[in-house]
Design a binder for this molecule. Structure first.
Ligand SMILES: Cc1cc2nc3c(=O)[nH]c(=O)nc-3n(C[C@H](O)[C@H](O)[C@H](O)COP(=O)(O)OP(=O)(O)OC[C@H]3O[C@@H](n4cnc5c(N)ncnc54)[C@H](O)[C@@H]3O)c2cc1C
Length: 498
């Protein structure tokens, strides 16, 4: 049997490893010059920059992929746990260290609002229940029928997991800063804390249970590990291979065609390309009855990002590995990004500074890192990034220089950036979305695109826009669900070693 996987993001790589481990001859076709997708690695002048994901949660989901191939993740990558997980800075100059240790976390909460310590305990108890239901029990289940959704709805209602994450956190915390600390997580997967359902409150338990990790050498080492494993199993990765169509016969895919004209025959196709792009660009109009243009256009797409990568000839010993800076206008800024789609004068930021943990990513005496700002995705009459981009970047860097990283601008030796145009033009993401379809209640589980196409029976879909959702754990689970579906559809052994 032969499979083609289009795209080498984490979802595509994980699916390819699982299929190859089953003995299905699998080829990954990646249009860029290197694998990883959003986790592409940019290197310059001795600096290594992970372009995308940096916060590694749920390492067991990575381990499961290696187990499926009778290997051990630790033989390929060195994951180290971080403490604190994040330092969160508020507009008034105060900060909160977010850790997985209950006692220290309670002390930190008491420092800001002693009356909220009990609320924290109750919040974590609720988060644990949501985690057990939402991730452990349902995380790798395909929601193919409406009934699958109806069946779990009473439990989600009982857990109060349907209201927004911010509203859920507000039940337990009276202090506004703590409400923000315990509700910002959906932003890490492209969602608004005011729209993403409290199912996402499970992330707090997930992090507490399994920690927040960093792959030594960078997230790129996780990409390299999956590629190495895939090739050891006999799979083929071909970069600079732009797929231009999935060719069908009736309701089945029979081959894929590259921009060069080359055609690869196969028994099944897994697309890890952006869902909109897969349907819009790769599938002919007569084969897309379910995902018609209008259905695709009706989805709300996640926000986009500006990311500025910096190499600095100066150390910042006071900074933690992960810093989050929340603006005073928390709710209003999120409304600007998600509802009004305007670029505000202020911003909330995430700063990744891996060189505080890992000297290998920067020359001695230097730091390597990035700062990321959530921004609206592209829309008609919206922001012209060609014009606004450089000014916006300067404002962000100046802010960091003045508030968190004194001397940053003066000691900048490498600077590189991406904005919504990169997501659209280089990664082929609809409207320059950074995280696929926005995680809202009505775009989750059954309502989120399934991992088996409703239009083409042997076309499978993995990655951020599909079930269960974005983020490394989400897309790795999408590959796990897809592998199960393929096993079922082709009468293969249901479970290998995982
Ligand atoms: C800046 C940033 C920071 C993030 N931080 C975190 C984090 O800390 N932790 C976390 O868990 N998640 C994080 N995320 C989210 C996470 O990175 C993504 O959800 C996940 O990596 C997406 O993987 P994917 O499987 O959807 O594939 P993608 O990474 O989207 O890759 C898809 C691939 O398909 C290829 N492709 C597209 N069209 C074609 C075609 N026609 N032919 C061939 N190839 C094609 C693309 O080139 C690309 O390589 C972050 C995302 C970004 C952008």
């Amino acid at each position: 049997m032969k499979a083609v996987v289009i795209g080498s993001g984490f979802g595509g790589l994980a699916a390819a490893v699982r299929l190859q481990a089953r003995g299905i001859q699998t080829t990954i076709l990646e249009k860029l010059d290197a694998p990883g997708g959003r986790a592409y690695v940019y290197k310059k002048d001795g600096f290594t920059f992970d372009c995308g994901p940096t916060v590694v949660t749920a390492p067991y989901i990575f381990e499961d992929i290696f187990k499926a191939a009778n290997r051990k993740l630790s033989d390929y990558v060195n994951l180290v746990s971080l403490d604190p997980f994040y330092r969160i800075y508020f507009h008034d100059g105060t900060h909160f260290d977010y850790t997985g240790n209950s006692e220290r976390q309670e002390r930190e909460i008491a420092r800001h609002a002693p009356q909220d310590v009990e609320g924290y305990r109750q919040f974590m108890a609720g988060s644990k229940k949501i985690f057990e239901k939402g991730l452990i029990e349902l995380g790798d289940q395909p929601f193919l029928k409406l009934w699958d959704m109806i069946r779990v709805a009473p439990d989600l209602l009982k857990l109060d997991a349907i209201r927004s994450v911010y509203s859920y956190a507000s039940k337990f915390f009276t202090n506004e800063k703590l409400r923000r600390v315990f509700s910002f997580h959906p932003l890490l997967v492209g969602g608004s804390p005011f729209r993403a359902p409290a199912i996402y409150a499970l992330i707090h338990s997930l992090e507490k249970e399994y920690g927040v990790h960093y792959a030594m050498g960078g997230t790129g080492k996780l990409v390299e590990a999956l590629v190495k494993l895939f090739e050891e199993l006999g799979g083929t990765l071909r970069c600079q291979s732009d797929v231009v169509s999935i060719d069908t016969q009736g309701k089945r895919a029979k081959s894929v065609r590259l921009a060069t004209g080359e055609v690869l025959d196969c028994d099944l196709v897994v697309s890890n390309a952006d869902l909109f792009t897969t349907y819009e660009k790769l599938i002919d109009s007569k084969s897309k009855k379910f995902y018609s243009q209008s259905r695709l256009q009706n989805f709300n797409w996640s926000m986009s990002l500006v990311v500025i990568y910096f190499g600095v000839s100066k150390k910042f010993p006071d900074l933690k590995h992960h810093s989050i800076i929340l603006t005073e206008r928390y709710k209003e800024l999120i409304g600007d990004i998600f509802n009004r789609k305007t670029l505000a004068d202020d911003f909330s930021l995430y700063v990744h500074l891996p060189s505080v943990t890992d000297p290998s990513v920067a020359p001695e005496g230097h730091e390597a890192g990035y700062v990321l700002a959530p921004v609206p995705h592209l829309s008609e009459g919206g922001v012209n990034w060609e014009v606004v981009g450089p000014q916006f970047e300067d404002r962000v860097l100046r802010y960091l220089d003045q508030n968190l990283m004194p001397g940053l601008m003066q000691n900048l030796v490498v600077r590189h950036s991406i904005n919504p145009n990169y997501f659209r033009d280089t990664l082929g993401s609809h409207l320059g979305n950074a995280f696929g379809i926005e995680p809202t209640l009505l775009q989750s589980a059954y309502f989120r695109p399934h991992n088996r196409s409703q239009d083409i029976h042997n076309l499978y879909l993995v990655g951020a826009s599909t079930q269960p959702g974005a983020g490394m754990p989400g897309v790795l689970l999408s590959a796990q669900i897809t592998d199960k579906l393929i096993a079922r559809d082709f009468n293969l052994q249901e479970h290998l070693n995982s």
